[in-house]
Design a binder for this molecule. Structure first.
Ligand code: NAG
Ligand code: NAG
Ligand code: NAG
Ligand code: NAG
Ligand code: NAG
Ligand code: NAG
Length: 512
């Protein structure tokens, strides 16, 4: 592998940045805080209100400190993680003392800091509101919301007469509640109800225009995540999460990066920090650059602050940057594609199944992938599962002790959630046997130049590229051509751990 690849891609990145700054003009400063949540050690035991408040105060003390630090660094908005104030693993009953009623900002204009008496038992809202006002910063926080209901006029109303929602609340610089979003796609959260109808929540800011709101698991579903981007034209998203990392395909920062890139949107992602639960990975992602952290080493919170371009759709279109979601970005072809044998763009997608002896199946993240191992220093491999065929052209540095495989899966994922997937993935196997392919590993020394493509049945394909030591890398190219989605990369800075085209077939979900 010649080292001039590295130089080239750095120059291209730098160029992109310069062009971008010119093209984009307006910027703002965003902050996300990865918080080590002080947990309730006995989440199943109901508490009194004052005990719940004492607990939440410990987390809010940290939020207050971090909001002040972020504001001093010029941040205009700060995002805190899902469950960051109250923790998790509650039952419907045991979370009762933590609940506050968050009014609908469309119906009531209210700053809890300025008018604390207006709604009783809203101490948490008040602290968050004052935090926003005092530091003149937009605050995005997650808390449990109670909405009373009546079975007489609401058929969805739970038997105990109230909804309990996993809720994001947004405060403006006056401490006024400007958005309230009830999480749609719960991840086995016994304490909470799914809203009867999905809420598509946005709020407008004077510094950057419109933002949309989503929470954690939502990022894998059409509503509200992709609906906000595709149907409402939102290009900036705030994203509180409590995400357990899962390699090789769904580490937190890996998928955050992929979503922002594919959707052509900025994602302000704040995760919980809890190493024993595998939770870490937060960042500020624009379609072109990222500031992020993934840290399993020490237990500490981490504030990230970054200046980012304003991605207001109208402004972007008027500058000739429409940022079509899921359309890909056309950049120069990787060098090896110009080799006579490998005209990556021009050749039709011819089927050349790998020799039968080299295809095997292996479980990757609970799904039964069909795989083929990489052999030699370069090759052209194809592997299919049902109607999805994945093709890989590769050229790699020699590291015979590191086994790699190209895997394909097309079908219904059924563990920890039920949803349709189509995936093409080049992975470093966790060990030296074929059985180990699809297992978790986060380091590699093999450099691979590649062009990966698949004939997906959907355009909702999320490209991700993970380098050794959880380093995010970016495809040189990602886009659609002739009914298939591809990405390519040469000159990676780190050994390759995973290169994947992960797609969700949203319209099939309704069948289940
Ligand atoms: C929460 O539940 C999960 C799964 O049931 C468990 O692994 C975890 O240890 C629990 N965490 C806490 C803080 O109780
Ligand atoms: C349902 O009835 C209650 C009173 O019983 C009332 O307060 C509430 O506003 C009603 N809700 C709707 C959606 O009509
Ligand atoms: C804050 O309140 C002032 C005075 O009422 C108002 O002029 C300003 O627009 C408000 N700011 C925001 C961000 O709502
Ligand atoms: C597959 O078969 C070819 C030719 O018969 C042989 O050279 C190669 O070693 C085999 N590969 C594996 C993984 O068994
Ligand atoms: C995976 O699929 C193959 C072929 O369809 C099958 O033979 C194998 O038993 C499956 N493996 C598991 C663990 O289900
Ligand atoms: C993908 O290509 C294979 C092989 O040509 C074909 O059988 C399959 O129908 C194609 N799938 C789609 C979704 O077009």
């Amino acid at each position: 592998m010649s080292s001039h690849f590295q130089g080239n891609s750095l120059v291209i990145l730098w160029l992109c940045h310069m062009l971008l700054a010119q093209a984009l003009g307006r910027t703002y400063t965003a902050a996300v805080y990865e918080h080590q949540v002080v947990l309730n050690p006995e989440p199943g035991r109901p508490l009194r209100r004052h005990e719940a408040l004492e607990h939440m105060w410990k987390n809010l003390d940290v939020f207050e400190e971090q909001a002040a630090i972020a504001a001093k660094q010029g941040a205009q908005i700060i995002v805190f993680p899902e469950d960051g104030i109250h923790g998790f693993n509650y039952t419907r009953e045991s979370i009762a003392a933590y609940l506050e009623t968050v009014p609908d900002p469309a119906a009531v204009r209210w700053s809890p800091c300025s008018q604390p008496e207006e709604i009783p038992h809203t101490e948490v809202l008040r602290r968050l509101s004052c935090m926003a006002k005092k530091n003149a910063i937009y605050v995005v926080a997650n808390m449990p919301d109670r909405q009373d209901c009546d079975k007489k006029n609401d058929t969805h109303c739970p038997p105990d007469g109230r909804y309990q929602f996993n809720t994001d609340v947004v405060f403006d610089t006056n401490g006024t509640i400007v958005a309230r979003y009830h999480k749609q796609n719960l991840y086995f959260e016994a304490a909470f109800d799914t809203p009867p109808e999905c809420e598509h929540v946005t709020f407008d800011t004077p510094f950057a225009g419109r933002f949309g709101v989503l929470t954690c698991f939502d990022i894998l579903f059409y509503k509200p995540a992709v609906f906000l981007v595709e149907k409402l034209g939102v290009r900036q998203l705030v994203y509180p999460t409590a995400w357990m990392n899962q390699l090789p395909l769904l580490a937190a920062v890996q998928f955050q990066r992929a979503f922002s890139y594919a959707a052509g949107a900025t994602l302000l992602a704040a995760n919980v920090r809890a190493a024993e639960l595998g939770m870490t990975g937060s960042g500020i992602f624009t379609p072109w650059h990222e500031v992020y952290q993934h840290n399993m080493e020490n237990e500490a919170g981490r504030l990230l602050v970054s200046e980012v371009p304003v991605l207001d759709q109208e402004e972007m279109s008027s500058r000739g940057w429409p940022l079509e979601p899921f359309a890909g970005q056309q950049l120069p072809q990787p060098q090896f594609c110009q080799k006579e044998a490998w005209d990556c763009k021009g050749t039709p997608f011819t089927m050349r199944p790998a020799p039968h002896n080299s295809t095997f199946t292996a479980i990757m993240m609970y799904d039964n992938f069909t795989m083929v191992a990489l052999e030699g220093s370069e090759g052209d491999l194809t592997v299919c599962d049902r109607a999805l065929c994945c093709n890989l052209l590769f050229q790699r540095s020699h590291a015979p002790d590191e086994l790699y495989a190209l895997g394909v899966f097309s079908g219904l994922h059924v563990v920890h959630g039920t949803y349709h997937l189509e995936v093409c993935a080049l992975v470093r196997c966790a060990g030296s046997t074929l059985l180990s392919c699809g297992g978790e590993i986060d380091y590699a020394s093999t450099r691979i130049d590649f062009h990966l493509k698949g004939n997906f049945s959907t355009q909702h394909v999320f490209p991700s590229l993970l380098g050794s030591g959880m380093q995010l890398e970016r495809p040189d190219q990602y886009g659609q051509e002739g009914g298939r989605v591809f990405m390519s990369r040469t000159g990676m800075l780190n050994g390759l751990v995973t290169a994947s085209l992960y797609s969700r077939v949203y319209d099939k979900d309704d069948e289940f």
